[in-house]
Design a protein around this ligand. Structure first.
Ligand SMILES: *Cc1c(COP(=O)(O)O)cnc(C)c1O
Length: 831
């Protein structure tokens, strides 16, 4: 075990403060929000474009962390003297120190270790290799897609003496990164999946990208790859000798170790014939339980490793049969009785459990936090130690109720004395005893190894309402947030608009994510929206744009800051504020929108009122809103608005005698007028994936996907009409019409009827036929032979972009997003 006092020599660092007593290093900690076990955790103060880990040192110390690695003596808040008993290591580069420490840990173990890289399929190949080799090995692997400069050291840190095999993936986006990951992983075996276009930006061409990735494999005994990727093959020939490779191919059978021909492909499986030349010529036939090309490629990649290990063909087929698609994402689903279910039913090892518990702890508080947990597999630890660790994790993550399922966890139930708990031997046992009404307003993490079939538990909790869901991708949302952050001047604050149920996406889930990512302010339209956020544990400052005058006390109670846009409202607020201190206000200035706000001619009177009432009132900010930020043609008008704002705000500040935040730009404005970002900007639609100027749509990720299901498919003879008013015109040929479980009551616009709209079924577009009804609508699927009842139809999302649909019916994406009715179940997904 490394001790903190060993680290200076290892990292070429200096001890600024020596920890009191011995300090064995148990955990590497990078995120102040994820302190599990504080004792033995070493915090690395990392830096990024938007991030400086040093500012969290006091908070971490407060929470019991005592060991810190920093890169600046000056940036330790309060200096080292403020941290009695702690140890501080000063290094040149905290990320490099983290990697060096992980590399040192890796060197302690002599075992085969796979390094997996390539443009696509890394995570799936890694997971499948682990599934296929699990019967023979005790495997340590990267959790999810922990493949970055920080993810790799954390993954490798999980290695312990009981493991017999490591499988780690490495992902890069720039030159120079792979050598650093190779130093940490030290692979003895390699899989190079393929090379594609992802992350092209950081490289001059594919050749350079391949060379960079090849760095991972400089010292491997054997590299597995597909010979049909010419660039990979050429690089392998340059860097490795022939006996260091094991190849497969579909196009050049005579050159590869494994020649593959596809014998048969059906809707859900692919039969391949495989010829091996060495050690002796043999031919086998295998059935892969997949039909799509990426899955087939990934499965063949993993199959080549099994062939190299010379497993008997029958055993290989047996294992392939059990190969499961990889659920890459954690999904949060609305469930019965106001509960939410975090669905993580894919696997259950210790590292995965920690990530899932982190995700649970990040959810806003709404009632209890409950965990339904199967036996934890493949930890390599003895039962008592394993479950004692699990129990400590539950405590540190605030889990209040545990349902344990499986013989092992049940056997070790005594260690869970600290939480309310109940145990069952099998999933069936649990389901037999399940009373869903004993779960109310809880956030329930369902975490089980594949073989426990926990998806049945999730199904039992999910509301059985009609088949329309709005899927909200929280990762995409976070990426969009980062995109706008990269366009905001340093020092400019970020307010995010979560009005109208966060543009239809679900207000507290979105607000919670924004809180996690440290937005500065939130804004809602009405007081009750703000109250709702507070009741769900949101503590960020919140501006309310349209507070009703009778609710000022509510503003006070919930710490909500009103926007004040007229003398009338200001007077009312002052009356109330003289009796009792009220939250700070935001002054809305009308510079041309002509909607709400004080005009320029109001400013003198406003200034005197503010001056007279300085004792009772605090002004947090002044804002204005541009009428034409979306469109180039209004640029000069926008500039006039900004000029008016610049004339008005100094007068207000002079009257108040202090500086206030000034903000004018919405999503479109942030990109169009970077020089006018002032003290704060107000991000709205862009966060939800729509770039309102239309110029940089490609930089954003689609966030929301509205899906429904086909309820029935009918074949109509020539001459029949479809739906109300017989508006679905008769045609002269036979057609197939699918009825979808979505209508205008779900927020699907009636204007999409009669051919104006399209949905996506089995990868093809299907036009609307007839009028949209209240709960249903019909589409023509004559050209989609396989369409059948139960199929999913995308209504909008990645394949049917909102801007396109909006323009088809003469509206804007904002309306389509916010119209999705609350009866549509929201499913939140995140990695
Ligand atoms: C809704 C709103 C925004 C955000 O506008 P987007 O176009 O969605 O970015 C900004 N400011 C005010 C005052 C708003 O009402």
């Amino acid at each position: 075990m490394l001790d903190f006092v060993d680290l200076p020599a290892l990292t070429h660092g200096t001890l600024l403060l020596t920890p009191a007593g011995s300090a064995p290093v148990h955990q590497l900690l990078l995120d102040s929000r994820r302190v599990g076990q504080a004792a033995g955790s070493v915090f690395f103060a990392l830096r990024g474009p938007q991030h400086n880990g040093h500012i969290y040192l006091p908070e971490l110390y407060e929470r019991g962390v005592r060991l810190f690695v920093v890169d600046s003596n000056q940036e330790i808040p309060g200096g080292t003297l403020a941290y009695p008993g702690a140890g501080f290591l000063l290094v040149a580069d905290t990320l490099a120190a983290l990697q060096t420490i992980a590399a040192k840990h890796r060197r302690r173990f002599r075992l085969p270790v796979f390094g997996v890289t390539g443009s696509n399929g890394k995570t799936i190949v890694k997971e499948w290799l682990a599934q296929l080799l699990a019967p023979d090995e005790l495997i340590c692997k990267s959790p999810r897609s922990y493949n970055s400069q920080v993810g790799v050291p954390l993954s490798v840190w999980e290695l312990n003496p009981t493991h017999t095999l490591g499988i780690f993936e490495a992902g890069i986006s720039e030159r120079g990164e792979m050598a650093r990951l190779a130093r940490v992983i030290q692979p003895t075996l390699g899989v190079f999946t393929n090379i594609g276009t992802a992350h092209d930006a950081g490289f001059t061409d594919h050749q350079e990208k391949v060379e960079e990735k090849m760095q991972l494999f400089q010292n491997v005994d054997t590299l597995f790859y597909c010979l049909d990727h010419e660039l990979i093959h050429a690089a392998a020939c340059r860097h490795l000798s022939e006996h260091q490779t094991f190849t497969w191919s579909r196009q050049q059978p005579h050159l590869a170790h494994v020649a593959v021909t596809v014998a048969e492909a059906s809707a859900d499986r692919t039969v391949v014939r495989v010829n091996l030349s060495r050690p002796r010529p043999q031919e086998h036939t295998f059935t892969l339980p997949f039909a799509d090309e990426p899955s087939v490629e990934n499965a063949l990649q993993a199959l080549s490793v099994l062939l190299w290990r010379q497993l008997p063909a029958t055993e290989i087929q047996h294992r392939l049969d059990r190969l499961q698609p990889v659920a890459m994402r954690l999904e949060m689903k609305q469930a019965l009785n106001d509960c939410y279910v975090l669905d993580d039913t894919y696997n259950n090892d210790l590292a995965g459990l920690t990530l899932a518990l982190d995700a649970l702890a990040r959810q806003p508080r709404r009632g209890r936090r409950t965990l339904i947990l199967s036996d934890v597999l493949e930890s390599g630890l003895a039962g008592t130690e394993l479950y004692t660790r699990v129990a400590a994790q539950l405590t540190s993550h605030g889990v209040e109720r545990l349902v344990g399922v499986g013989p092992e966890i049940r056997q070790h139930q005594v260690v869970f004395g600290g939480v309310e708990s109940v145990f069952y031997d099998t999933t069936d046992d649990f389901l037999r005893h399940l009373r869903t009404d004993s779960f109310r307003q809880e956030t329930i993490l369902v975490k089980g190894a594949r073989r426990f079939g926990f998806e049945r538990i999730v199904a039992a909790f999910q509301q059985k309402i009609h088949g329309t869901v709005l899927e909200v991708n929280l990762d995409a949302l976070a990426q969009n947030l980062n995109f706008y952050r990269s366009r905001i001047q340093p020092g400019t604050k970020l307010m995010v608009m979560v009005k109208a149920f966060a543009y239809g996406s679900g207000s507290y889930e979105v607000a919670n994510l924004l809180q996690f990512h440290r937005a500065d302010y939130l804004a809602v339209a009405y007081t009750d929206e703000g109250v709702n956020l507070r009741q769900h544990g949101i503590s960020l400052p919140i501006m309310v744009m349209n507070p009703s005058p009778d609710a000022f006390q509510v503003l006070r109670q919930y710490h909500l800051e009103p926007e004040i846009y007229s003398f009338e409202r200001l007077q009312e607020y002052l009356v109330a504020a003289r009796q009792q201190p009220l939250p700070a206000i935001h002054l809305k200035l009308d510079t041309g929108m002509r909607r709400l706000g004080f005009s320029e001619s109001d400013v003198p009177a406003l200034c005197s009122l503010l001056r007279e009432n300085a004792a009772h009132l605090r002004v947090a900010s002044a804002l204005t809103h541009l009428a034409g930020a979306d469109e180039e043609q209004h640029n000069s008008f926008s500039q006039q608005q900004l000029a008016a704002f610049h004339r008005m705000t100094p007068l207000l500040e002079a009257a108040l005698g202090y500086a206030i935040l000034k903000h004018a730009l919405n999503s479109a404005g942030i990109l169009r007028f970077p020089d006018a970002q002032l003290d704060m900007v107000r991000l709205g639609i862009g966060l939800y994936g729509v770039e309102a100027t239309g110029r940089e749509q490609g930089a954003l990720q689609p966030v929301s996907t509205l899906r429904t299901t086909i309820s029935q498919v009918k074949t109509l003879p020539p001459g029949e009409t479809v739906g109300y008013g017989r508006r679905g015109q008769a045609v002269e040929y036979e057609r197939r019409i699918a009825t979808l479980a979505i209508g205008y009551a779900d927020g699907y616009d009636r204007r999409f009827g009669n051919g104006a709209g399209e949905v996506m079924v089995r990868g093809l577009r299907a036009p609307l036929v007839g009028n949209v009804c209240m709960d249903m609508c019909m589409v023509d699927v004559t050209h989609i032979a396989a369409a059948q009842a139960g199929d999913i139809a995308e209504v909008f999302g990645p394949h049917l972009p909102l801007p396109e649909l909006a323009s088809r019916i003469g509206t804007i994406p904002y309306e389509l997003l916010t119209n999705v009715s609350e009866r549509v179940k929201r499913v939140f997904i995140a990695e």
